[in-house]
Design a protein around this ligand. Sequence first.
Ligand code: CDP
Ligand code: MG
Length: 156
Amino acid sequence: MENTLLLIKPNATEQNAVGRILAMAEENNMVIQKLRMFNFTDEIAQNFYAEHVGREFYEPLMKFMKSGKTVGVVLSGDNAVKNLRALLGNTNPEEANPGTVRALFGENTRRNACHGSDSAESAKREISLIFPEYVFINKNKDGLTWFKRFTKLSGE
Ligand code: CDP
Ligand code: MG
């Protein structure tokens, strides 16, 4: 069993394709473990795509990822990392195999509908960014518990 991170990007949420993409993952032996809809902040987007800083597509990619709602999904299954990448298809939708998510819902190389982690190690890093843990930090005088996030996310 392995976990991977699926992101349903703003151009796919705009197309009302969230349910169809989740169904494709479920029909391909992946199980939804966590799910949330959010808007990327600068901080999270920069961290998420740190490997691409300096590339010619970096700034437009940041702008696109912040342009609308994203759905974050932790999927589990045998070979989930590889299976999800195969289900998504090529980064460029024009080169993606027929029937793949990017062939069906991708518009171009940037607006390509979904992200899938490229290794189990990337999946761990990406999951911790999109699904940060709550940590106990303090109790106030009334004994009420206070919680703080490692990383602040918008949309909540
Ligand atoms: O997402 P994937 O791992 O298939 O591709 P990547 O090479 O890691 O690029 C990350 C994301 O940057 C892509 O999914 C595209 O949304 C975007 N991108 C872009 O806007 N223009 C490119 N020439 C290449 C990638
Ligand atoms: Mg990648």
